[in-house]
Design a protein. Structure first.
Length: 257
């Protein structure tokens, strides 16, 4: 009896599994490419990261880690929304200092310093995290100079972002901080050139906390921007009517700067 060709041995179930595996590999490569800002990241490098990564799911409202926890891994958010800040021990309220929307790094630095996390982190929605143990990652970077360079650049971007945020808090007044916050989150409206929109994902008090202002001041500033014809607000959607005006407001600095 003649043997069957190899192609005939591939059952529909095996074919589906192969497609799923290829899809998972592609999704993984996209996650790592986004986290490292490296569109050309190779499949082999993504697979090497997958081999040491620990995946964790955290339900909305739960703590991801606290600032008292020893930082042994680099922590990235690949699905969902999370907040960085301080959880008050007295009433359990979470004071948000920065919101993060996937994909992005929650803590890229602390594990290298052999200490604790610098802030508390909490899931705002159901989240999926990937964590890279420092010891395993160090060994991987020793063998892959390109990957090491990409991680250094990712760290540099985090430092630059924090530096710019500090500058804005110290040298920009409240209207400029709000304008900059909105401008950073603008999504274009293709059918209306010069306009954009911002979907508010956070509560008003959480936005105010990030900007170091009160919720009442935030409401007053939003009304002021509406009166100036810069924005229009409908529920959780902010329509930016004059993008150039918003950009100018965001660039204004206090006279003392």
């Amino acid at each position: 009896m003649s043997s069957l060709p190899a192609s005939s041995l591939v059952t529909p179930g095996l074919a589906r599994n192969a497609v799923r595996a290829a899809s998972r590999t592609a999704a993984s490569r996209r996650h790592w490419a986004a986290l490292l800002d490296a569109p050309a990241l190779g499949t082999s490098e993504a697979q090497a990261l997958d081999a040491i990564a620990q995946v964790r799911n955290v339900a909305a409202g739960q703590l991801i880690y606290t600032r008292r926890d020893t930082a042994q891994t680099l922590v990235a958010l690949v699905e969902g929304d999370a907040a960085l800040g301080l959880r008050q021990s007295s009433d359990g309220q979470f004071r948000i200092e920065r919101m993060l929307h996937a994909p992005g790094w929650l803590d890229l630095a602390s594990a290298w310093l052999s200490g604790t996390h610098s802030l508390d982190a909490q899931a705002v929605s159901d989240c999926t995290l990937v964590e890279l143990p420092r010891s395993a990652l160090s060994a991987l970077l020793d063998d892959d100079a390109n990957l090491a360079g990409l991680l250094i650049q990712a760290l540099a971007r985090e430092v630059r972002t924090l530096t710019l945020n500090t500058h804005e808090l110290m040298h920009k007044d409240a209207p400029a901080r709000l304008a900059a916050w909105l401008h950073q989150r603008c999504a274009p409206v293709p059918e209306v050139p010069g306009q954009a929109q911002v979907l508010l994902r956070e509560r008003k008090r959480d936005i105010a906390s990030q900007l170091a202002i009160t919720p009442e001041t935030l409401s007053r500033l939003m009304r002021s921007f509406m009166t100036q014809g810069v924005i229009d607000v409908a529920g959780y959607n902010v329509r930016v009517l004059d993008l150039s005006a918003l950009r100018k407001l965001a660039q204004d600095e206090m006279a003392a700067a």
